[in-house]
Design a protein around this ligand. Structure first.
Ligand SMILES: O=C1O[C@H](COP(=O)(O)O)[C@@H](O)[C@H](O)[C@H]1O
Length: 273
């Protein structure tokens, strides 16, 4: 089922990051109160890392029981462990190293120098994607999670899945027109020839993304304005992957005014005088 996108526009990207962090804290606290734990999928990129940094300095950050939080990733750049360009490295720096997470609940995507890669070779990323799909399937236990997702795989039910929106409308590592965005069977795929470096990546697929309860798309900055306008104006998901990202109960676009500046007026009417 497609949930219609809801838009929240903040004054600037700092405020957007702070408001999104506050929203995420509430969501995690509510899920932990209801079910004992929460499950969140992180995104890389400037807006995702901005949110994590804002969360790190949020006054209410310790309302979260960090030991009962499952963390997954929407995508990863297939690089060696500790590489500064890895989404996992950047998330650790922004937040994860400063909160008492349970390491068994933190699920980074594999690195290119781990068991699935010899350097950043193509087969390595495919094998790493398969391994991550297996890890997701193993966590999709019937006692805690509702089974979901792609025809060919199960994933845990994510409370919130966050996605940065690239200036070319990519989300996770699903780039316009590349094979990964057309995937309907697998939950995780290797991505080759990405137009944004590095070219080799690992990504959740659209069916896996759509299994989340809530999908939040983060777009702040002028360079996201065109992408937001295209994705929210009825573009196809192969040409504009962000258009195909929605949650089962909610799809939320969190924007700043600059990223909202090219939205059609019926979606984001100018403020009345
Ligand atoms: O490379 C990536 O880019 C997107 C968007 O990043 P941004 O810096 O333009 O906000 C990000 O969401 C994705 O996780 C990352 O791997």
């Amino acid at each position: 089922m497609t949930t219609a996108p809801q838009l929240v526009v903040h004054r600037d990207k700092e405020l957007m990051a702070q408001a999104a962090a506050a929203r995420l804290i509430t969501k995690i606290v509510d899920a932990q109160a209801a079910r004992g734990f929460a499950s969140v999928v992180l995104t890389g990129g400037r807006n995702g890392n901005g949110l994590l940094a804002a969360l790190s300095s949020a006054p209410a950050r310790d309302a979260v029981d960090w030991s009962r939080l499952d963390l997954w990733w929407g995508d990863e750049r297939f690089l060696p462990e500790g590489d500064p360009e890895r989404n996992y490295t950047q998330a650790r720096e922004a937040l994860l190293d400063s909160v008492p997470l349970d390491p068994a609940r933190v699920h980074p995507m594999p690195a290119s120098d781990g068991p699935y890669g010899v350097g950043a070779d193509t087969d390595g990323a495919d094998a790493a994607a398969e391994a991550y799909a297996a890890e997701l399937a193993a966590a999709a236990g019937p006692e805690h999670y509702q089974s979901a997702a792609a025809a060919g795989g199960r994933v845990p039910t994510f409370d919130v899945l966050m996605l940065g929106v690239g200036p070319d409308t990519h989300v996770a590592s699903l780039f316009p027109e590349l094979p990964a965005v057309r995937e309907t069977e697998r939950t995780v795929v290797g991505v080759h020839g990405a137009p944004k470096p590095p070219p080799t990546r690992i990504s959740l697929t659209l069916p896996a993304i759509r299994s989340a309860r809530e999908v939040w798309l983060l777009a702040a900055g002028e360079d996201k304005a065109k992408a937001a306008a295209i994705a929210l104006s009825g573009a196809g998901e192969v040409q504009a992957p962000a258009a195909g990202a929605y949650g089962r109960s909610r799809t939320l676009w969190l924007l700043d005014a600059a990223a909202a500046s090219q939205l059609p007026r019926d979606l984001y009417p100018p403020a009345s005088p």
